[in-house]
Design a binder for this molecule. Structure first.
Ligand SMILES: CC(C)(COP(=O)(O)OP(=O)(O)OC[C@H]1O[C@@H](n2cnc3c(N)ncnc32)[C@H](O)[C@@H]1OP(=O)(O)O)[C@@H](O)C(=O)NCCC(=O)NCCS
Length: 144
């Protein structure tokens, strides 16, 4: 069984690092300082495999001036496509959320559209994807 909960302890960094290494490429991974700062500022929600007693996904949400910003969401590959990302997104109490997603990350976009997000605009060349290549970001929001 999968349980979703708000993470209340400080030592989440290695867990996020582990999940990120499994889910993102080297250009997509936040560095430790940035991640530590996010952990201080944001709410972290986790998905737990209750049988194995392990954290199998997380979501980082920042609430700033009444806007909720989704910084990151990731589910371990073995657990993907089982609606756990959907459960995480639907768990948060805030209704208004803003996020950025890569133009080619169609799976994440599907998740967001399923959860009620709409595409708002595009930021050209927002993400660094290799030494000298960039990719556009799509800004999506829900109830904004
Ligand atoms: C994006 C991500 C968080 C989605 O989480 P998830 O638990 O797999 O998503 P869900 O099971 O709730 O499914 C959401 C939609 O994505 C689709 N999807 C999920 N995994 C898929 C896969 N491997 N192949 C094709 N479609 C997939 C599902 O089909 C679903 O839509 P549908 O049920 O209407 O068909 C997860 O794929 C992930 O961690 N990806 C790597 C990190 C990432 O890209 N994060 C987002 C950064 S903006």
């Amino acid at each position: 069984m999968i349980i979703i909960s708000k993470f209340k302890y400080k030592n989440i960094l290695p867990i996020i690092r582990y999940i990120d290494n499994m889910c993102f490429n080297e250009y997509e991974i936040y560095d430790d300082d940035y991640l530590l700062n996010l952990i201080k500022l944001c709410s972290i929600y986790i998905a737990i495999d209750n049988i194995k007693n392990t954290i199998i996904g997380y979501m980082i949400i920042e609430n700033k001036e009444n806007i909720n910003y989704l910084h990151s969401i990731a589910i371990l590959p073995k657990y993907q496509n089982q609606k756990i990302g959907t459960c995480l997104l639907n768990y948060i109490p805030h209704n208004s959320i803003l996020l950025c997603v890569k133009r080619t990350n169609f799976i994440a976009q599907k998740l967001y559209i399923n959860c009620g997000f709409i595409k708002k605009s595009i930021i050209k060349n927002y993400y660094l994807i290799s030494n000298n290549e960039y990719e556009d970001a799509i800004i999506m929001s829900k109830n904004i």
